[in-house]
Design a protein around this ligand. Structure first.
Ligand SMILES: NC(=O)c1ccc[n+]([C@@H]2O[C@H](COP(=O)([O-])OP(=O)(O)OC[C@H]3O[C@@H](n4cnc5c(N)ncnc54)[C@H](OP(=O)(O)O)[C@@H]3O)[C@@H](O)[C@H]2O)c1
Length: 327
């Protein structure tokens, strides 16, 4: 790469720490600025990661001429507003998953990126992990034959905090948007858009989905069985079953290994460790796209982020789950 890409972080909370650490292992990435709603929080985060520019408003970050790309790391209901703020200021945007809270919002974000002719990508980081690249190669090469079934789950037990991001309906809480989206994205990676969706959820006392199961069906009879939870721990694994073998992915959403079982052969353990904490691969993809002057990634294209959000909307529709700001 000719020169370093200058990154800004918008919303220095929990996950922004992982992003900051990840940029540290990418020689061509420079963490230039951070923007918070509070100058104090911006300073605290900037001091921690040695970030030269710090802003007490998102607008000031978006308008800083030095910043080229911004990582939007706020809770989901604010992804749309702040992504659009950055795009309109001409900054490339990597926006956390879920891309937004519903299809209407995602359409607005994509339209804005297209109008402004600026790069935009959902931070579906799992897709870029080395083991996932290997899985796609195996599937494309027919190593497990034709994939026919998938199971994927992502559940964890969180303490009940009605005000927190996970349980608060005002912050689009619930398992589906927080962790279920990984299982849905996994199903998209293997089978594409489902032809039919069946699902059920337990809606807890704060009014968000605490656990859910989803079954997707596809045109050639393939089936994906997915589940997610925020009050129950689950194994967090994925299995892809094909006509000639299977792939087991422990901790699939942040995985570094797989067990490849080709029918009639010994199982093969494959380890593909991260260079840093794993978040570096999505950042490298954005930088590669910027260098190639692309406006979106082929690996997580905008059309797929939109399709995934439509699927999430359809699932919520089946549960009659609306967030208060959608009424
Ligand atoms: N890729 C992953 O592995 C991963 C993991 C966890 C979360 N995520 C995603 O990342 C996003 C952020 O999650 P998080 O756990 O980092 O969230 P968080 O720590 O609760 O919030 C992140 C930051 O957003 C800012 N913010 C702006 N408006 C806000 C509002 N009205 N209420 C609360 N905070 C607001 C705050 O920063 P300032 O006020 O200082 O500006 C806050 O520190 C979510 O969409 C989540 O799905 C991804």
């Amino acid at each position: 790469m000719d020169k370093k890409v200058k990154w800004g972080i918008l919303g220095p909370g929990n996950i922004a720490n992982q992003f900051a650490k990840a940029t540290g292992v990418i020689p061509d990435a420079e963490l230039t600025a951070v923007g918070s709603r509070s100058m104090e929080r911006a300073n605290k985060f900037a001091d921690k990661y040695d970030i030269p520019k710090r802003f007490g408003s998102y607008e000031d970050l978006a308008n800083d001429p030095d910043v080229e790309a911004i990582y939007v790391a706020t809770p989901h209901p604010f992804h749309k507003e702040y992504t659009i703020l950055c795009l309109k200021a001409g900054k490339a945007v990597l926006c956390e998953k879920p891309f937004a809270v519903n299809t209407r919002q995602v359409k607005e974000m994509i339209e804005c990126a297209k109008t402004e002719k600026v790069f935009l990508m959902e931070a579906m980081w799992t897709r870029f992990l080395p083991i996932m690249v290997k899985v796609r190669e195996w599937i494309a090469d027919g190593v497990i034959g034709e994939p026919r079934m998938l199971t994927a789950d992502f559940g964890f037990r969180s303490g009940l905090n009605p005000e927190g991001r996970l349980f608060n309906p005002e912050l689009a809480g619930g398992g589906l948007l927080d962790v279920g989206v990984y299982t849905v994205a996994m199903a998209y990676m293997i089978f594409g858009e489902p032809a039919c969706i069946n699902s059920m959820a337990h809606i807890g006392e704060t009014g968000v989905d605490e656990q859910a199961a989803m079954v997707f069906g596809y045109d050639k009879g393939q089936i994906a069985m997915l589940s997610c939870a925020i009050r129950t721990s689950t194994p967090q694994e994925a299995r892809i079953m094909g006509t000639e073998g299977s792939i087991y992915l422990p901790g699939f959403w942040h995985g570094t290994s797989a067990v490849l079982q080709v029918s009639g052969k010994e199982p093969q353990n494959v380890d593909m460790p991260f260079k840093g904490n794993g978040y570096e691969y999505e950042v490298m993809e954005v930088m590669k796209c910027l260098e190639e002057r692309k406006l979106e990634s082929n690996i997580v294209p905008l059309s797929e982020s939109l399709a995934i959000m439509k699927t999430l909307d359809e699932i919520r529709e089946q549960w009659k789950l609306k967030y208060p700001f959608e009424e």
